[in-house]
Design a protein around this ligand. Structure first.
Ligand code: P6P
Length: 331
């Protein structure tokens, strides 16, 4: 029996906004439409003149790939025309985009990374779109940022689309994690992974080993434990360098992904609002955990929409071992 993501969301939305008149599923359809458009472009990246850098640089100072620009425009447009959206925050936009909508109409804030890992596209490595959804705070905030600067624990939904060997939409609305695979023949995301659970312990750890000499000492000790069998098993190292792909594997197979503080990124490289928070929500909903090395990611009060954070995220066994090391070595 085919269950599309629209049908699934319609059932879920009652848990988010009782009495919602389809507003949440209407909102999510903006994301599924945009990501279908993005995946169509990605699949033809090598053929059309869309590969390669667009020449401009974005607010992060990174050379913008043409697909980054297209992905951002697609999401801004498809979500912007949904009147349930009050504010959009994108990795590609320095400032939030606010829509002048009454609080009873514009209920949602959507925060997204339109195409994470896009530097990998030219070498045909999986990339992804990550999104995080909040309700607009009751008290109308004069400062747009303030409305978007909510703790990750306040998310009403979060998810990603991974453009890999197949295109998958993975999301949670606070009642479990569900995966949908795009069926190109019907152009719909169809339920393929019901109630996804992260294994209690995995066989992979995932970190950029080139940075390891600069990690804080407790991280070095922890990596030592993963390598010497202290956690009761041997591990393999897997690092794709594309966050959504590395996380997707961790969600399915278990284990741990780490992006610790490094010499060039003393507060970590990954972004709290549109990378760590949505993935942390998914991880916890699937039975895993996520911290910045000392705090639960979802408890962090953001100060800026582009702020960075260290991220350690994965299965219960590996994360509890990490917590023990951090407690014993971080006086
Ligand atoms: P590094 C991609 O550029 C990205 O933002 C994430 O997708 C990925 O996890 C990380 O950076 C890789 O960073 O420093 O290991 O190349």
């Amino acid at each position: 029996m085919i269950v599309t993501v629209q049908q699934h969301i319609a059932h879920q939305q009652d848990s988010i906004y009782p009495g919602a008149s389809g507003t949440f599923s209407w909102l999510l359809s903006g994301i599924t439409l945009a990501t279908k458009m993005i995946q169509a472009r990605i699949r033809s990246a090598g053929l059309l003149d869309v590969a390669g850098a667009a020449g401009a640089t974005n607010v992060q100072g990174e050379v913008q790939q043409k697909l980054d620009v297209y992905a951002n425009e697609a999401l801004l447009h498809c979500l912007g025309v949904r009147d349930t959206v009050a504010i959009l925050v994108s990795e590609e936009n320095e400032e939030p985009v606010a829509f002048d909508r009454a609080p009873e109409t514009g209920k949602y804030i959507v925060i997204f990374d339109p195409l994470d890992g896009s530097s990998n596209i030219d070498v045909n490595v999986s990339v992804g779109t990550i999104f995080s959804i909040f309700l607009r705070p009751e008290k109308a905030s004069s400062v747009r940022h303030a409305a978007a600067l909510q703790k990750g624990a306040q998310q009403v939904a979060a998810g990603y689309v991974v453009y890999g060997s197949s295109t998958m939409f993975v999301y949670t609305a606070g009642r479990g994690v569900f995966g949908f695979t795009l069926d190109p023949n019907i152009g719909a995301f169809v339920l393929s992974h019901d109630k996804m659970r992260m294994p209690d312990q995995g066989q992979y750890y995932s970190v950029n080993e080139a940075n390891a000499p600069n990690f804080p000492a407790p991280y070095q000790s922890y990596l030592g434990q993963l390598r010497d069998g202290s956690l009761g098993r041997t591990y393999s190292s897997r690092y794709i360098g594309s966050l959504v792909a590395d996380f997707h594997r961790t969600l399915l197979k278990g284990g741990v992904f780490l992006y610790p503080p490094t010499k060039s990124h003393s507060s970590g490289k990954l972004r709290l609002l549109y990378e760590a928070n949505p993935l942390a929500f998914l991880a916890e909903q699937a039975g895993g955990l996520a911290t910045d090395g000392s705090r639960r990611i979802l408890d962090i009060q953001p100060e800026g929409i582009h702020q960075r954070t260290p991220l350690v995220i994965g299965s219960r066994v590996e994360m509890e071992a990490f917590d023990r090391v951090m407690r014993s070595e971080s006086h």
